[in-house]
Design a protein around this ligand. Structure first.
Ligand SMILES: *[C@@H]1O[C@H](CO)[C@@H](O)[C@H](O)[C@H]1NC(C)=O
Ligand SMILES: *[C@@H]1O[C@H](CO)[C@@H](O)[C@H](O)[C@H]1NC(C)=O
Length: 184
């Protein structure tokens, strides 16, 4: 047990310090009557609870349907003078709960939860992801996405208040630079 707690303490402080919290994942309310069809297309990342893997600017994602019924996720970002993209797959494991999506960027990694907490489909989406680690602590991510590279401050406040209302700590939130991007 001591070894385990030392291991976890170092894991938390080294890797996930800002996005891990004690206890199991919270269970936030999700978008009622979520329509995947209306959600598809391009979303720009306005802000996120930090993730270690995306450090670029102009971050966007394009969701589209594949013929096999899975969702193609094409993430793009500008990093070190280059546009880089990564293709992933999203699925809706339970059609009765369509706002609970799973996303994976590799055949070798499990699907991570992708919960659409709220969206109006036309301006803003608030997305949350949480993974339990041994039910002792959890690792969480959150994203504020927008259909445009700029989100009006009052809409951003709405997204922030929604996350705060679910007890999610926004102090590690970072804004994504969406200026000087190449538009296609
Ligand atoms: C969800 O859709 C059903 C059927 O269309 C409707 O009766 C219900 O009011 C909707 N709920 C919300 C929260 O929009
Ligand atoms: C998103 O991907 C689909 C499917 O590849 C493509 O048809 C569409 O043009 C893309 N949209 C944007 C905005 O890049």
């Amino acid at each position: 047990m001591l070894v385990l707690s030392v291991f976890m303490a170092s894991l938390m402080s080294l890797t996930w310090a800002q996005t891990s919290r004690w206890g199991p994942c919270p269970t936030p309310k999700v978008q009622p009557n979520f329509s995947l069809e209306k959600y598809l297309g391009r979303w720009y990342e306005i802000a996120k609870l930090p993730t270690r893997f995306a450090r670029g600017k102009c971050i966007e994602a394009n969701y589209s349907l594949r013929r096999d019924g899975t969702i193609r996720v094409l993430n793009k970002q500008f990093y070190k003078e280059k546009t880089r993209s990564a293709e992933g797959t999203a699925v809706i494991p339970d059609p009765r709960e369509p706002s609970r999506i799973g996303v994976s960027f590799s055949y070798f990694t499990p699907y991570s939860p992708y919960l659409v907490l709220s969206t109006d489909y036309e301006e803003v989406a608030v997305v949350y992801s949480c993974t339990d680690v041994l039910r002792i602590f959890h690792i969480e991510f959150a994203w504020v996405l927008s259909r445009a590279r700029f989100l009006p401050p009052e809409t951003f406040r709405y997204a922030e208040e929604l996350l705060l209302g679910e007890g999610i700590d926004l102090s590690p939130m970072t804004f994504t630079d969406q200026t000087g991007c190449k538009d296609d």
